[in-house]
Design a protein around this ligand. Sequence first.
Ligand code: BGC
Length: 778
Amino acid sequence: MKNYIKHDPWCVVEEGFYPEYNEITESLTSLGNGRMGQRGNFEEHFSGKTLLGNYVAGVFYPDKTRVGWWKNGYPRYFAKVLNACNWIGIDVKIDGETLDLGLCTVSEYSRVLNMKEGILERRFVATLSGGKQVRVHAQRFCSIADDEAGAIRYSVTALNFEGKITLTPFLDGDISNKDSNYGEKFWDEIRKETAFGEAYLEMRTKDTPFKTELFNVCTGMKFDISLNGEIVDFQCKPVKAEKYVACGTELPVKTGDEVVLYKYAVNLASLNHPTDQLLTHAKAYLQRISEKGFDQMKAEQIQAWAERWDKNDIVIEGDSDSRTDAAQQGIRFNIFQLEQTYTGEDDRLNIGPKGFTGEKYGGSTYWDTEAYCLPFYLATADQKVARNLLIYRHKHLQKAIENAANLGFKDGAALYPMVTMTGEECHNEWEITFEEIHRNGAIAYAIYDYIRHTGDEGYLAEYGLEVLIGIARFWAQRVNWSGDKQKYVMLGVTGPNEYENNVNNNFYTNYLAAWCLRYTLEGLNRHKAAVGALLQNIHFDFEVETAKWQHIVDNMYYPYDAERQVYLQQDGFLDKELLTVDDIAEHRPINQKWSWDRILRSCFIKQADVLQGLYFFEEDFDLDTIRRNFDFYEPMTVHESSLSPCVHVILAAKLGYKEKAYEMYLRTSRLDLDDYNNDTEDGLHITSMAGTWMSVIKGFAGMRIRNGALSFSPYLPDQWKGYSFRITFKGQVIRISVTPHHIEVENFSNQSVSFAVDGALIELDANGRKVLEIAQQK
Ligand code: BGC
């Protein structure tokens, strides 16, 4: 764990220069607006450790698959999140010497991501080799109001010399992906243009045999310069090189002069604009935002973030010490990053495990979206945001059917990919690609989750059932009847715990499959008439298919140990040596210290597996069953997936294991800020951030939706003095504040709302407020 990030309730603060941690800080200070994202890289040249990253949402490259041993059914390419043209770059020279924090003496350094405003600032004093000193203050943001644009204010003050400051804002399209299978570059230059104070570079993704969409991205910049607060005329020397455009400017300065460069940039993708008009659109876009100017854009940015925080902030109160600031910073950091990654405006986009903060994990969409992220967007954003996540999968249904067909399934069975951009499978490790099929169930579960939260039952007939039937058909073909057990079994799977591969009867997968069949049957019975045309189109044999599904539901096999009264993660689990994580303290993380076979043979669990099932289907199990399973599995869980701790917080909170819940909460909320897993430099764990939010809302506050009704059973972690949050439910917004003495509930909508707190029904008039006494707390 690294503790160099200062605790602060609203900001991520690097105080003092930590070049050795630069890639970590770059991840932590990433900016995004749903359309584009930018790591916290320096504008000026830096010869030290850095991972440059600018990502344009939805733009990818199909990188030819690389595997040790080819297996039938492997996908031909892995669609990679694509590192695009560097739009932030500004080369700075002081009397000819390049400003490079890797080579000069740096003092008074700070890099601060202001999460309240969505603005990144950097300040420092640099002493160059000849002793000349400059003070630099850089500010930038990815605009929410103009979501294909970013703006930079870069100020240089001459502290102790008279001479020349050369500022060369540039666009560099000669970018490599760190994550590349064959070390190739993925971009071709299409055109470039320079003019006074502006420049454009249009790049296109390289053609491949895979026939996926090619993307053009036109990056443009326009800039102004001011001297001591006044916009000035300047000489501009255009530079053009391969995949590179720049404009060199030189200003004479006296001691104390401040030169400011305002750089406006756009990244327009052919995904959103006609390819032949990218350049024209880029020029018009830049003209518009540069006329608006930096200050106006910044004011709009602050306003946009204020509106977001109004809807989704979680406020934590405690002693006014650093511990409270750490908790507050943790939760806000998670919310901030989720908001930066996905806005729900576009149903072609999704939420990558690293969002716009790094390249690891390649493609954009995993089961993480449905299993972890959806609840956050359901409860903090307009209904269309979550709906678009569902529509995204609906649009990929045909690909999921093709994917299943490639693996030998038939008659419209759908297997959604483990990882994808376009709906096509990209993952290529057989034990995951072919076997980690539980992801299919998460997509069905998300439909259920969406409907119970929004009440949009119509979604089932409109889109949901089509997806559910495809998924149900898959499960019906994937199980087989065991003559021995006289039950349906599912062989050769990998559960959420990827530290077990190719197991038989993974409890979670079997349970989820049966649930999918049951839920689809229920939906079909409710909406049979409305989906008549669909059923005809997909040749649905109602009698035969539904009878088969019901038979599976009634006869599914679930491995169970009668002595311990726990569900078994899979057949044979009890043959393992049953140790606890305390027994292997010095061996952790086992994924870095043990051979793979040793991991597979061990009892150690990467992430919630049986417990994931008990979390999803909590209503189906009594508290004692949940407790026994938690007590059995949690001590064997190493949480080497960032998705793991949150499920444990939610269950531990339900079981009254407050210390455990808080321990796990800290682990998820500050995972990246404290670099717990030593991998923040690769990018942030965006999808698990929604788990942090769930830990508070579903964990400490006990939010549940049962039979269409909202309920809470909140408690206050001992470490806090209070917390409050807002929830959007069926279009209405309520706020819950929990303190040691009371729970305050407020209705922010113009209609009355009702919900339960600790089993008692609360009815609030429009804009009403009530204070519930402590007796009603746990
Ligand atoms: C986890 C998966 C997850 C993936 C992407 C893996 O380490 O085991 O459950 O989907 O990361 O976040």
